[in-house]
Write a protein that binds this ligand. Structure first.
Ligand code: NAP
Length: 279
C-alpha cells in the first residue's frame, strides 16, 4: 500500500472533544443541556443500531437525547405531526429522523416537517439550498464530515477535478455542492453514467457514495488521487476496492474508521450549534 490512511476516528474524536466543551459551556450558562430528538420508525435492526450509537455518543458528549420510537405502521401524516411537534418544542434543539424510513412513508414530506433551524442532519430542502447557495443553515452530516476530513489532511480542492459517484439527496448531491463551493470542478456519476471507469480515472478526488461493494475498482484510480469511500456494505466492505486502490492513491479512507465516525461527530456538533442559536 502506498496511500496514507485518512483516520476518521482520530479526526472525529477531535471534533467530539471540541463539541463536548461547547456543550458543557451551554449547560453551564443556560441551565440545561443541548437536546437532540431522534425519531425512528419501525424496527429495522441496522437503523436501531445507528440510533443507539447516536444516543450513546450524545450521552458521552454532554448532549441530552429524546428518543421517539414509532411503530412500523406509522403513517406519513402521523410522522409529520410528531416532527412538527418536536420542531415547536423549545426544549428540543436538533431533530434526527433515522432514514431510510419504511417504504410506505413519504420520506421527503417527513423531512420537510423538520424546522430548518433544527435540521441538524441537513436533510431538508432549506439545508440543501444553504449548501448550494452558501447561505446560513446546516450541512448534511456525511458530506460535511467528508469535507472536514479533506481539510484535516490539507487536500487542495480549488481547480481540482472531483468525481462523486452517487447522487442521493443526503450524500452524493450535497457533497458535490460542498466541493463546488470550494472551487473543485465537480462531475456527478450515477447508475446511468456511461464509462464510469473513464470518469474516475480523471479524478484528483474521488467520492464513492453508492452502496455497492467494491464498485470502484482500484485500477481506475489516478496515481496520487484522494479516495473517499462513504460506502458501507455488509461485512465492513466499502464501495471502493480498497487494497488495489490504496496501491495507487495518495490518501484513502478505510472502511470502517473513515467517513462513518465523522458523520456522527458532525451531527452532534451541529446539535450544539443549534442549541446556541436557540438559547
Ligand atoms: P442511495 O440513496 O441508494 O444512492 C446510491 C447512488 O448510487 C444513486 O445515486 C445511484 O444512482 C448510484 N448508483 C447505483 N448503482 C450505480 C452504479 N452501478 N454506478 C454508478 N452509480 C450507481 O445511497 P446513499 O444513501 O447515498 O448511500 C450510499 C452509500 O453510502 C451506502 O453504502 C450507505 O450505506 C453509505 N452511507 C454511509 C454513511 C456514513 O455515515 N458513512 C451515511 C449515509 C450513507 P441513481 O441515482 O442513478 O439510482
Amino acid at each position: 500500500m502506498t496511500a496514507t490512511l485518512m483516520d476518521g476516528r482520530a479526526e472525529s474524536r477531535r471534533l467530539l472533544d471540541e463539541t463536548a466543551v461547547r456543550a458543557a459551556t451551554f449547560a453551564r450558562t443556560r441551565g440545561r443541556r443541548p437536546c437532540l430528538a431522534t425519531v425512528l420508525v419501525g424496527d429495522d435492526p441496522a437503523s436501531r443500531t445507528y440510533v443507539r450509537m447516536k444516543v450513546t455518543r450524545c450521552a458521552a458528549t454532554g448532549i441530552e437525547s429524546r428518543r421517539v420510537d414509532l411503530p412500523a405502521e406509522t403513517t406519513t401524516e402521523q410522522l409529520v405531526r410528531v416532527l412538527r411537534d418536536l420542531s415547536a418544542d423549545p426544549l428540543v434543539d436538533g431533530i434526527l429522523l433515522q432514514h431510510p424510513t419504511p417504504a410506505h412513508i413519504d420520506e421527503r414530506a417527513a423531512f420537510e416537517a423538520i424546522a430548518a433551524d433544527k435540521d441538524v442532519d441537513g436533510v431538508t430542502g432549506a439545508s440543501f439550498a444553504a449548501m448550494a447557495f452558501g447561505g446560513p443553515g446546516f450541512a448534511s452530516c456525511t458530506p460535511a464530515g467528508i469535507l472536514r476530513l479533506l481539510d484535516a489532511y490539507e487536500v487542495p480542492l480549488r481547480g481540482r477535478r472531483a468525481v462523486v459517484v452517487g447522487r442521493s439527496a443526503i450524500l452524493g448531491k450535497p457533497v458535490g455542492m460542498l466541493l463546488l463551493a470550494r472551487d473543485a470542478t465537480v462531475t456527478y456519476c450515477h447508475s446511468r453514467t456511461l464509462d464510469l471507469a473513464a470518469h474516475v480515472a480523471e479524478a484528483d478526488v474521488v467520492v464513492a457514495a453508492v452502496g455497492r461493494p467494491e464498485l470502484v475498482r482500484g485500477d481506475w484510480i489516478k496515481p496520487g488521487a484522494v479516495v473517499i469511500d462513504a460506502g458501507y456494505n455488509p461485512g465492513n466492505v466499502g464501495d471502493v476496492e480498497f487494497e488495489a486502490a490504496a496501491a495507487r492513491a495518495g490518501l484513502i479512507t478505510p472502511v470502517p474508521g473513515g467517513v462513518g465516525p465523522m458523520t456522527i461527530a458532525v451531527l452532534l456538533s451541529q446539535t450544539v450549534e443549534a442549541a446556541h442559536h436557540h438559547g
